[in-house]
Design a binder for this molecule. Structure first.
Ligand code: KE4
Length: 432
Protein backbone atom coordinates (compact mmCIF):
# COMPACT_ATOMS: atom_id res chain seq x y z
CA UNK A 1 0.00 0.00 0.00
CA UNK A 2 1.54 3.31 -1.13
CA UNK A 3 1.35 6.20 1.35
CA UNK A 4 3.98 8.48 -0.21
CA UNK A 5 1.79 11.54 -0.66
CA UNK A 6 0.35 11.17 2.85
CA UNK A 7 3.89 10.87 4.28
CA UNK A 8 4.89 14.11 2.53
CA UNK A 9 1.72 15.88 3.70
CA UNK A 10 2.32 14.66 7.26
CA UNK A 11 5.93 15.94 7.23
CA UNK A 12 4.56 19.33 6.18
CA UNK A 13 1.61 19.39 8.59
CA UNK A 14 3.86 18.58 11.54
CA UNK A 15 5.60 21.91 10.94
CA UNK A 16 2.28 23.75 11.07
CA UNK A 17 0.15 22.06 13.74
CA UNK A 18 1.18 20.24 16.94
CA UNK A 19 1.67 16.61 15.92
CA UNK A 20 0.50 17.55 12.43
CA UNK A 21 -3.13 17.15 13.40
CA UNK A 22 -6.09 19.02 14.82
CA UNK A 23 -7.07 16.23 17.20
CA UNK A 24 -4.51 13.93 18.88
CA UNK A 25 -5.95 10.50 18.02
CA UNK A 26 -5.60 11.31 14.31
CA UNK A 27 -1.79 11.21 14.62
CA UNK A 28 -1.94 7.39 14.81
CA UNK A 29 0.65 7.42 17.64
CA UNK A 30 -0.83 4.36 19.34
CA UNK A 31 -0.78 2.18 16.22
CA UNK A 32 2.87 2.68 15.24
CA UNK A 33 2.52 4.33 11.84
CA UNK A 34 1.85 7.68 10.20
CA UNK A 35 -1.73 8.52 9.19
CA UNK A 36 -3.07 8.45 5.64
CA UNK A 37 -4.41 11.86 4.63
CA UNK A 38 -7.97 11.52 3.43
CA UNK A 39 -9.19 13.17 0.24
CA UNK A 40 -12.76 11.92 -0.15
CA UNK A 41 -15.50 9.96 1.52
CA UNK A 42 -18.33 8.24 -0.34
CA UNK A 43 -20.84 5.96 1.34
CA UNK A 44 -18.89 3.45 3.45
CA UNK A 45 -15.61 4.31 1.70
CA UNK A 46 -12.72 6.65 2.37
CA UNK A 47 -10.14 7.50 -0.29
CA UNK A 48 -6.72 8.80 0.69
CA UNK A 49 -4.29 11.10 -1.12
CA UNK A 50 -2.44 8.13 -2.63
CA UNK A 51 -5.59 6.70 -4.16
CA UNK A 52 -6.01 3.93 -1.57
CA UNK A 53 -9.62 2.94 -0.87
CA UNK A 54 -10.78 1.87 2.57
CA UNK A 55 -13.96 0.52 4.09
CA UNK A 56 -14.45 3.08 6.87
CA UNK A 57 -15.41 1.94 10.40
CA UNK A 58 -14.50 5.25 12.08
CA UNK A 59 -17.24 7.32 10.39
CA UNK A 60 -15.57 10.53 11.60
CA UNK A 61 -15.77 9.02 15.14
CA UNK A 62 -19.48 8.35 14.90
CA UNK A 63 -21.38 11.16 13.12
CA UNK A 64 -21.68 9.51 9.70
CA UNK A 65 -24.27 6.86 10.57
CA UNK A 66 -25.66 7.23 7.03
CA UNK A 67 -22.22 7.06 5.42
CA UNK A 68 -20.18 9.77 3.71
CA UNK A 69 -21.90 12.22 1.32
CA UNK A 70 -25.43 10.93 1.73
CA UNK A 71 -27.18 12.39 -1.35
CA UNK A 72 -29.97 14.09 0.61
CA UNK A 73 -27.54 15.66 3.08
CA UNK A 74 -25.36 16.95 0.23
CA UNK A 75 -28.37 18.24 -1.73
CA UNK A 76 -29.84 20.09 1.26
CA UNK A 77 -26.47 21.54 2.24
CA UNK A 78 -25.93 22.82 -1.29
CA UNK A 79 -29.32 24.54 -1.18
CA UNK A 80 -28.90 26.11 2.24
CA UNK A 81 -25.37 27.38 1.60
CA UNK A 82 -26.80 29.57 -1.19
CA UNK A 83 -28.86 31.42 1.44
CA UNK A 84 -25.91 32.15 3.73
CA UNK A 85 -23.70 30.28 6.16
CA UNK A 86 -24.40 32.04 9.45
CA UNK A 87 -26.41 35.02 10.65
CA UNK A 88 -25.88 35.04 14.39
CA UNK A 89 -29.62 35.41 14.57
CA UNK A 90 -32.46 32.94 15.25
CA UNK A 91 -33.61 30.81 12.31
CA UNK A 92 -36.58 28.46 11.94
CA UNK A 93 -34.21 25.60 11.15
CA UNK A 94 -32.85 25.59 14.71
CA UNK A 95 -36.40 25.18 16.04
CA UNK A 96 -37.01 22.31 13.63
CA UNK A 97 -33.96 20.43 14.93
CA UNK A 98 -34.90 21.23 18.52
CA UNK A 99 -38.50 20.06 17.96
CA UNK A 100 -37.34 16.82 16.35
CA UNK A 101 -35.07 15.97 19.30
CA UNK A 102 -37.70 16.97 21.90
CA UNK A 103 -40.38 14.88 20.13
CA UNK A 104 -38.01 11.89 20.01
CA UNK A 105 -36.56 11.75 23.53
CA UNK A 106 -39.04 11.81 26.45
CA UNK A 107 -36.51 13.20 28.97
CA UNK A 108 -35.88 16.28 26.80
CA UNK A 109 -38.28 19.21 27.24
CA UNK A 110 -35.85 21.93 26.14
CA UNK A 111 -32.50 21.93 24.35
CA UNK A 112 -29.60 24.29 23.61
CA UNK A 113 -27.40 23.87 20.50
CA UNK A 114 -23.62 24.34 20.75
CA UNK A 115 -20.68 23.48 18.48
CA UNK A 116 -19.09 20.37 19.97
CA UNK A 117 -19.57 17.59 22.49
CA UNK A 118 -17.02 19.30 24.72
CA UNK A 119 -19.13 22.45 24.86
CA UNK A 120 -22.24 20.39 25.56
CA UNK A 121 -20.81 18.52 28.56
CA UNK A 122 -18.93 21.55 29.89
CA UNK A 123 -22.10 23.64 29.89
CA UNK A 124 -24.33 20.86 31.22
CA UNK A 125 -22.06 20.69 34.28
CA UNK A 126 -22.13 24.48 34.77
CA UNK A 127 -25.93 24.37 34.52
CA UNK A 128 -26.09 21.52 37.06
CA UNK A 129 -23.91 23.47 39.49
CA UNK A 130 -25.94 26.61 38.97
CA UNK A 131 -29.26 24.80 39.39
CA UNK A 132 -28.25 22.83 42.52
CA UNK A 133 -25.92 25.42 44.08
CA UNK A 134 -23.43 22.61 44.68
CA UNK A 135 -19.82 22.31 43.47
CA UNK A 136 -18.80 18.66 43.22
CA UNK A 137 -19.29 16.49 40.15
CA UNK A 138 -18.74 12.76 39.62
CA UNK A 139 -17.30 11.23 36.47
CA UNK A 140 -16.07 7.68 35.78
CA UNK A 141 -12.69 6.16 34.97
CA UNK A 142 -12.49 5.36 31.27
CA UNK A 143 -15.16 7.87 30.32
CA UNK A 144 -14.28 10.80 28.04
CA UNK A 145 -16.52 13.81 27.85
CA UNK A 146 -14.36 16.21 25.81
CA UNK A 147 -11.54 18.37 27.05
CA UNK A 148 -13.00 20.93 29.48
CA UNK A 149 -10.92 21.33 32.65
CA UNK A 150 -13.41 19.83 35.10
CA UNK A 151 -13.51 16.64 33.04
CA UNK A 152 -9.77 16.12 32.47
CA UNK A 153 -9.46 14.57 35.91
CA UNK A 154 -8.45 11.10 37.02
CA UNK A 155 -8.94 9.30 40.32
CA UNK A 156 -6.49 10.36 43.02
CA UNK A 157 -4.40 7.58 44.57
CA UNK A 158 -6.36 5.89 47.31
CA UNK A 159 -8.62 8.71 48.39
CA UNK A 160 -12.25 7.99 47.56
CA UNK A 161 -13.14 11.43 46.39
CA UNK A 162 -9.97 13.41 45.70
CA UNK A 163 -9.41 13.92 41.95
CA UNK A 164 -6.12 14.86 40.28
CA UNK A 165 -5.63 16.60 36.90
CA UNK A 166 -5.10 14.24 33.96
CA UNK A 167 -3.45 17.03 32.00
CA UNK A 168 -1.01 19.83 32.78
CA UNK A 169 -2.84 23.13 32.68
CA UNK A 170 -5.72 21.80 34.77
CA UNK A 171 -5.35 23.16 38.30
CA UNK A 172 -5.46 21.25 41.59
CA UNK A 173 -8.25 23.62 42.63
CA UNK A 174 -10.35 22.46 39.68
CA UNK A 175 -9.53 18.82 40.37
CA UNK A 176 -10.78 19.15 43.95
CA UNK A 177 -14.37 19.35 42.75
CA UNK A 178 -14.30 16.34 40.45
CA UNK A 179 -14.70 12.86 41.93
CA UNK A 180 -13.69 9.96 39.67
CA UNK A 181 -15.68 6.78 40.32
CA UNK A 182 -15.37 3.22 39.05
CA UNK A 183 -17.59 2.44 36.07
CA UNK A 184 -20.19 -0.27 36.89
CA UNK A 185 -19.23 -0.42 40.60
CA UNK A 186 -22.36 -0.04 42.74
CA UNK A 187 -20.27 -0.38 45.91
CA UNK A 188 -17.97 2.49 44.91
CA UNK A 189 -20.70 4.92 43.87
CA UNK A 190 -22.68 4.17 47.05
CA UNK A 191 -19.58 4.93 49.15
CA UNK A 192 -19.02 8.19 47.25
CA UNK A 193 -22.59 9.33 47.83
CA UNK A 194 -22.37 8.23 51.46
CA UNK A 195 -19.34 10.47 51.91
CA UNK A 196 -20.16 13.46 49.69
CA UNK A 197 -23.72 13.09 48.39
CA UNK A 198 -24.99 16.41 49.75
CA UNK A 199 -22.20 18.25 47.87
CA UNK A 200 -22.67 16.50 44.51
CA UNK A 201 -24.25 18.71 41.84
CA UNK A 202 -24.20 16.05 39.15
CA UNK A 203 -23.01 12.68 37.99
CA UNK A 204 -21.98 12.56 34.33
CA UNK A 205 -21.61 9.22 32.58
CA UNK A 206 -21.35 7.69 29.13
CA UNK A 207 -24.25 5.20 29.53
CA UNK A 208 -22.51 3.01 26.98
CA UNK A 209 -18.87 4.02 27.19
CA UNK A 210 -17.18 4.37 23.80
CA UNK A 211 -13.86 5.82 24.89
CA UNK A 212 -12.34 2.83 26.62
CA UNK A 213 -13.50 0.63 23.82
CA UNK A 214 -17.23 -0.16 24.09
CA UNK A 215 -18.36 -0.89 27.66
CA UNK A 216 -22.08 -0.71 28.58
CA UNK A 217 -23.40 0.09 32.05
CA UNK A 218 -25.06 -2.92 33.68
CA UNK A 219 -28.79 -2.46 34.23
CA UNK A 220 -28.36 -2.77 38.00
CA UNK A 221 -25.67 -0.08 38.03
CA UNK A 222 -27.79 2.23 35.87
CA UNK A 223 -30.83 1.84 38.14
CA UNK A 224 -28.72 2.39 41.28
CA UNK A 225 -27.22 5.55 39.79
CA UNK A 226 -30.70 6.97 39.15
CA UNK A 227 -31.81 6.02 42.69
CA UNK A 228 -28.78 7.63 44.37
CA UNK A 229 -28.95 10.87 42.35
CA UNK A 230 -32.66 11.14 43.17
CA UNK A 231 -32.05 10.37 46.84
CA UNK A 232 -29.34 13.05 47.23
CA UNK A 233 -30.83 15.68 44.89
CA UNK A 234 -27.94 15.43 42.40
CA UNK A 235 -28.56 15.64 38.65
CA UNK A 236 -27.91 12.61 36.44
CA UNK A 237 -26.31 13.65 33.15
CA UNK A 238 -26.07 11.12 30.31
CA UNK A 239 -23.28 11.96 27.89
CA UNK A 240 -24.88 10.63 24.71
CA UNK A 241 -22.54 12.48 22.36
CA UNK A 242 -21.62 9.10 20.87
CA UNK A 243 -24.68 6.96 21.71
CA UNK A 244 -27.38 9.52 20.92
CA UNK A 245 -29.25 8.39 17.77
CA UNK A 246 -26.53 5.71 17.40
CA UNK A 247 -27.49 2.73 19.61
CA UNK A 248 -31.18 3.53 19.12
CA UNK A 249 -33.05 6.52 17.72
CA UNK A 250 -34.03 7.42 21.29
CA UNK A 251 -30.46 6.86 22.53
CA UNK A 252 -28.97 4.67 25.25
CA UNK A 253 -31.47 6.06 27.78
CA UNK A 254 -34.24 4.22 25.93
CA UNK A 255 -32.34 0.93 26.25
CA UNK A 256 -32.00 1.36 30.02
CA UNK A 257 -35.45 2.90 30.38
CA UNK A 258 -33.93 5.66 32.49
CA UNK A 259 -34.73 9.36 32.29
CA UNK A 260 -31.58 11.40 33.02
CA UNK A 261 -32.05 15.02 34.14
CA UNK A 262 -29.81 16.30 31.31
CA UNK A 263 -28.50 14.66 28.15
CA UNK A 264 -25.53 15.77 26.04
CA UNK A 265 -25.43 15.23 22.29
CA UNK A 266 -22.94 15.67 19.45
CA UNK A 267 -21.71 13.76 16.41
CA UNK A 268 -24.83 12.32 14.68
CA UNK A 269 -27.02 15.36 15.42
CA UNK A 270 -24.61 17.40 13.29
CA UNK A 271 -24.61 14.90 10.42
CA UNK A 272 -20.87 15.49 9.97
CA UNK A 273 -20.86 19.22 10.69
CA UNK A 274 -19.86 20.76 14.04
CA UNK A 275 -22.84 20.46 16.39
CA UNK A 276 -23.24 19.66 20.07
CA UNK A 277 -26.33 20.08 22.21
CA UNK A 278 -27.64 19.49 25.70
CA UNK A 279 -31.19 19.28 26.92
CA UNK A 280 -33.44 18.08 29.67
CA UNK A 281 -36.14 19.08 32.07
CA UNK A 282 -37.61 22.56 31.46
CA UNK A 283 -37.18 23.67 35.06
CA UNK A 284 -33.44 23.02 34.77
CA UNK A 285 -32.94 24.37 31.23
CA UNK A 286 -34.73 27.60 32.13
CA UNK A 287 -31.81 28.39 34.46
CA UNK A 288 -29.82 29.08 31.28
CA UNK A 289 -29.15 32.57 29.93
CA UNK A 290 -30.92 34.69 28.71
CA UNK A 291 -33.83 33.33 30.79
CA UNK A 292 -31.87 32.33 33.84
CA UNK A 293 -28.59 33.23 35.55
CA UNK A 294 -26.32 30.46 34.19
CA UNK A 295 -24.34 31.94 31.30
CA UNK A 296 -23.54 30.19 28.03
CA UNK A 297 -23.18 31.52 24.47
CA UNK A 298 -21.78 30.66 21.03
CA UNK A 299 -21.18 32.65 17.83
CA UNK A 300 -21.92 29.77 15.50
CA UNK A 301 -24.32 27.79 17.68
CA UNK A 302 -27.25 26.54 15.59
CA UNK A 303 -25.82 27.81 12.30
CA UNK A 304 -27.83 26.93 9.20
CA UNK A 305 -25.31 24.55 7.58
CA UNK A 306 -24.80 22.44 10.69
CA UNK A 307 -28.51 22.47 11.49
CA UNK A 308 -29.36 21.38 7.94
CA UNK A 309 -26.87 18.50 7.97
CA UNK A 310 -28.16 17.41 11.37
CA UNK A 311 -31.84 17.87 10.55
CA UNK A 312 -31.56 15.93 7.29
CA UNK A 313 -29.72 13.08 9.04
CA UNK A 314 -32.14 12.86 11.97
CA UNK A 315 -35.18 13.07 9.70
CA UNK A 316 -33.93 10.16 7.57
CA UNK A 317 -33.29 8.11 10.73
CA UNK A 318 -36.72 8.99 12.17
CA UNK A 319 -38.59 8.19 8.95
CA UNK A 320 -36.69 4.94 8.31
CA UNK A 321 -36.54 3.11 11.67
CA UNK A 322 -35.64 -0.09 9.82
CA UNK A 323 -32.17 1.44 9.42
CA UNK A 324 -31.45 0.52 13.06
CA UNK A 325 -32.46 -3.11 12.49
CA UNK A 326 -30.19 -3.32 9.47
CA UNK A 327 -27.32 -1.68 11.37
CA UNK A 328 -27.71 -4.21 14.21
CA UNK A 329 -27.84 -7.16 11.80
CA UNK A 330 -24.63 -6.05 10.10
CA UNK A 331 -22.91 -5.50 13.44
CA UNK A 332 -23.99 -8.94 14.66
CA UNK A 333 -22.61 -10.47 11.44
CA UNK A 334 -19.28 -8.66 11.86
CA UNK A 335 -18.99 -9.61 15.53
CA UNK A 336 -19.83 -13.26 14.83
CA UNK A 337 -17.33 -13.42 11.98
CA UNK A 338 -14.55 -11.89 14.06
CA UNK A 339 -15.29 -14.26 16.95
CA UNK A 340 -15.05 -17.21 14.57
CA UNK A 341 -11.67 -16.05 13.25
CA UNK A 342 -10.34 -15.33 16.74
CA UNK A 343 -11.34 -18.83 17.89
CA UNK A 344 -9.97 -20.56 14.79
CA UNK A 345 -6.61 -18.79 14.98
CA UNK A 346 -6.37 -18.96 18.78
CA UNK A 347 -5.96 -15.27 19.63
CA UNK A 348 -7.19 -14.02 23.02
CA UNK A 349 -9.94 -11.47 22.46
CA UNK A 350 -13.20 -10.39 24.06
CA UNK A 351 -16.05 -8.46 22.50
CA UNK A 352 -18.59 -5.83 23.57
CA UNK A 353 -21.31 -4.60 21.26
CA UNK A 354 -24.41 -2.43 21.57
CA UNK A 355 -26.31 -1.86 18.35
CA UNK A 356 -23.88 -0.74 15.66
CA UNK A 357 -20.99 0.18 17.95
CA UNK A 358 -18.63 -2.60 18.90
CA UNK A 359 -15.12 -3.31 20.14
CA UNK A 360 -12.79 -6.30 19.94
CA UNK A 361 -10.42 -6.14 22.95
CA UNK A 362 -7.14 -8.08 22.76
CA UNK A 363 -7.59 -9.55 26.23
CA UNK A 364 -8.92 -12.81 27.63
CA UNK A 365 -11.08 -11.16 30.29
CA UNK A 366 -14.59 -9.82 29.98
CA UNK A 367 -14.34 -6.02 29.74
CA UNK A 368 -16.76 -4.33 32.18
CA UNK A 369 -14.79 -1.25 33.28
CA UNK A 370 -11.57 0.75 32.80
CA UNK A 371 -9.49 -1.71 34.80
CA UNK A 372 -10.47 -4.71 32.68
CA UNK A 373 -10.27 -2.67 29.46
CA UNK A 374 -6.70 -1.78 30.45
CA UNK A 375 -5.68 -5.45 30.34
CA UNK A 376 -5.89 -5.25 26.52
CA UNK A 377 -2.66 -5.83 24.59
CA UNK A 378 -2.21 -2.59 22.66
CA UNK A 379 0.81 -3.97 20.76
CA UNK A 380 -1.42 -6.70 19.34
CA UNK A 381 -4.02 -4.08 18.47
CA UNK A 382 -1.34 -2.11 16.60
CA UNK A 383 -0.41 -5.15 14.49
CA UNK A 384 -4.06 -5.91 13.82
CA UNK A 385 -4.78 -2.29 12.87
CA UNK A 386 -1.84 -2.05 10.42
CA UNK A 387 -2.61 -5.40 8.79
CA UNK A 388 -6.26 -4.42 8.35
CA UNK A 389 -5.35 -1.01 6.91
CA UNK A 390 -3.02 -2.69 4.41
CA UNK A 391 -6.04 -4.72 3.27
CA UNK A 392 -8.22 -1.63 2.86
CA UNK A 393 -10.04 -1.73 6.19
CA UNK A 394 -9.94 1.54 8.17
CA UNK A 395 -10.47 0.90 11.90
CA UNK A 396 -10.10 3.31 14.83
CA UNK A 397 -6.36 3.94 15.38
CA UNK A 398 -6.63 2.98 19.05
CA UNK A 399 -7.72 -0.09 21.00
CA UNK A 400 -9.84 2.15 23.21
CA UNK A 401 -12.33 3.40 20.66
CA UNK A 402 -15.49 2.06 19.02
CA UNK A 403 -15.99 0.44 15.63
CA UNK A 404 -19.02 1.98 13.88
CA UNK A 405 -21.19 0.42 11.17
CA UNK A 406 -23.07 2.80 8.86
CA UNK A 407 -26.19 2.37 6.75
CA UNK A 408 -23.86 2.40 3.73
CA UNK A 409 -21.98 -0.78 4.76
CA UNK A 410 -23.11 -3.84 2.76
CA UNK A 411 -23.01 -7.51 3.72
CA UNK A 412 -20.25 -7.96 1.12
CA UNK A 413 -18.13 -5.32 2.86
CA UNK A 414 -18.72 -7.01 6.21
CA UNK A 415 -17.62 -10.35 4.74
CA UNK A 416 -14.56 -8.69 3.17
CA UNK A 417 -13.71 -7.27 6.62
CA UNK A 418 -14.04 -10.68 8.29
CA UNK A 419 -11.81 -12.28 5.66
CA UNK A 420 -9.21 -9.54 6.10
CA UNK A 421 -9.34 -10.05 9.87
CA UNK A 422 -8.49 -13.72 9.31
CA UNK A 423 -5.21 -12.71 7.66
CA UNK A 424 -4.50 -9.92 10.18
CA UNK A 425 -5.10 -12.16 13.21
CA UNK A 426 -2.53 -14.67 11.89
CA UNK A 427 0.06 -11.87 12.14
CA UNK A 428 -1.20 -11.05 15.66
CA UNK A 429 -0.85 -14.71 16.62
CA UNK A 430 2.87 -14.55 15.75
CA UNK A 431 3.33 -12.23 18.73
CA UNK A 432 2.36 -15.03 21.14
P1 KE4 B 1 -16.11 16.72 20.77
O1 KE4 B 1 -15.76 17.94 21.61
O2 KE4 B 1 -14.88 16.00 20.26
O3 KE4 B 1 -17.14 17.03 19.66
O4 KE4 B 1 -16.89 15.70 21.72
C1 KE4 B 1 -16.26 15.27 22.90
C2 KE4 B 1 -16.88 13.96 23.35
C3 KE4 B 1 -17.80 13.99 24.38
N1 KE4 B 1 -18.41 12.86 24.82
C4 KE4 B 1 -18.13 11.66 24.24
C5 KE4 B 1 -18.82 10.43 24.74
C6 KE4 B 1 -17.21 11.58 23.17
O5 KE4 B 1 -16.94 10.37 22.60
C7 KE4 B 1 -16.57 12.74 22.71
C8 KE4 B 1 -15.55 12.73 21.59
N2 KE4 B 1 -15.20 11.44 21.09
C9 KE4 B 1 -13.87 11.32 20.49
C10 KE4 B 1 -13.68 9.88 20.00
N3 KE4 B 1 -13.80 8.93 20.99
C11 KE4 B 1 -13.67 12.28 19.37
C12 KE4 B 1 -12.46 11.99 18.51
C13 KE4 B 1 -11.36 12.97 18.78
O6 KE4 B 1 -11.12 13.31 19.95
O7 KE4 B 1 -10.73 13.38 17.78
Amino acid sequence: MKLERSEKLFEASKKLMPGGVNSPVRAFSSVGMNPPFMKKGQGAFLFDEDGNQYIDYVASWGPLILGHCHPEVVKNLKEVVETGTSFGAPTELESKVAQLVIDSIPSIEMIRMVNSGTEATMTALRLARGYTGRSKIVKFSGNYHGHSDALLIKAGSGALTHGVPSSPGVTEETAKNTITAQFNSIKNIEAIFQEAGEEIAAVIIEPIAGNMGVVPMTNQFAQRLRELTNQYGSLLIFDEVMTGFRVAFEGAQSLYNIQPDLTCFGKIIGGGLPVGAFGGRKEIMEYLSPLGPVYQAGTLSGNPLAMMAGYTTLKILKENPEIYKALEEKAIKLEAGLKEKVKAIGVGASFNRVGSMLCMFFTDVEVTDFETASTSDTEKYGVFFREMLAQGIYLAPSQFEATFISAAHTDEMIQQTIDAAGHALKKVKELD
